[in-house]
Design a protein around this ligand. Structure first.
Ligand SMILES: NC(=O)c1ccc[n+]([C@@H]2O[C@H](COP(=O)([O-])OP(=O)(O)OC[C@H]3O[C@@H](n4cnc5c(N)ncnc54)[C@H](O)[C@@H]3O)[C@@H](O)[C@H]2O)c1
Length: 296
């Protein structure tokens, strides 16, 4: 495996492109939005600078990594000769099905098609292609260049050979892959999201405020970050959409999103990316509590 295409240059896509390119792979980074490509490349350069400052890599490593990445706005041109695609476009079922149909047509027959989706069924994505045994989930964690875990999701039809290839490839990236089966939320989000939802429910019920809930979990459970702050970082819209996938997929009320989460998303309070969620990120990066208005 030498040539990789990464679809989407957003938060995850630029991190995935960075990680492959730093390990010596040739990467085609594709986005429909030219500005997103530019922003993605700037982010990669900045993150490489940070690694240089920490003496983890050299200036030469930075220029080699950047030289390994080419950017494209046209998918067909970018994937003609690739070995693997990692799709990291916006989390939307219709969009992903459309992209995988296009990829199936445009990629070489032997190419493996992976998705970085947080919650959409790999089996469903694979079903729109003519090669479901070559479709797999590669669920990287944010920030990709730093986080060790890759959750490798086997769709119903994913072959043993493809799974083994992707597990080994993840190891060559310096990651620790874990193989899981394709059910809603996979493993990471199936366990994480109910905890985040319960912490929002605890706030909604007026048991404690934002800082108090986060402090209990940070100091009491040795979590590096409180659950409400983590939800802000992930994006409250993303949390809501993953909970809905599990709620609908399992038909189980235990995954029902807290009404406060639904309200905040409808009000445009999406966390860090919108400048406000459970904390206020608007003026300084210093998180300030905005919890009182939500307490009953
Ligand atoms: N953000 C996270 O913490 C996180 C963690 C794990 C997995 N994921 C998953 O990774 C994927 C990407 O999430 P993100 O947070 O990077 O999103 P993002 O919004 O930051 O980036 C998505 C990018 O996809 C581009 N895009 C949209 N349609 C496209 C198309 N047809 N072709 C090419 N590019 C297209 C957009 O222009 C945008 O730049 C999602 O499936 C998400 O569930 C996200």
């Amino acid at each position: 495996m030498k040539k990789i295409a990464v679809i989407g240059a957003g938060t995850m896509g630029n991190g995935i492109a960075h990680t492959f390119a730093q390990s010596g792979f040739k990467v085609s980074l594709i986005d429909v939005n030219e500005a997103a490509l530019e922003k993605g490349m700037n982010t990669i350069a900045k993150n490489l600078d940070r690694m240089i400052a920490k003496e983890k890599i050299s200036e030469a490593d930075k220029s080699n990594t950047l030289a390994n990445i080419s950017t494209y706005t046209n998918l067909e041109d970018a994937v003609k000769t690739i070995d693997l695609v990692v799709e990291a476009a916006t989390e939307n079922l219709e969009l992903k099905l459309k992209i995988f149909k296009q990829l199936d047509q445009a990629c070489p027959e032997a190419a493996i098609l992976a998705s970085n989706t947080s919650s959409i069924s790999i089996t469903q994505i694979a079903a729109v292609t003519s090669r479901p045994e070559q479709v797999i989930g590669m669920h990287f964690m944010n920030p990709v260049p730093i986080m060790k875990l890759v959750e490798i999701i086997r769709g119903y039809n994913t072959s043993d050979t493809v799974t083994k290839t992707i597990m080994e490839l993840s190891e060559t990236l310096g990651k620790d892959p874990v193989e899981v089966n394709d059910y809603p939320g996979f493993v990471a989000n199936r366990i994480l999201m109910p905890m985040l939802n319960e912490s929002i429910e605890t706030l909604y019920n007026g048991v404690a405020g934002v800082n108090e809930i986060d402090t209990v979990m940070k100091l009491g459970m040795a979590h590096p970050m409180g659950p409400l702050q983590l939800a802000d970082f992930i994006g409250l819209d993303v949390c809501l959409s993953i909970l809905n996938v599990m709620y609908n997929g399992f038909k189980n009320p235990k995954y029902a999103p807290c009404p406060l989460l639904v309200n905040m998303v409808q009000a445009g309070k999406l966390g860090v990316k919108s400048g406000e969620g459970f904390y206020d990120y608007s003026e300084s990066r210093k998180a300030e509590k905005v919890s009182k208005q939500f307490l009953k």
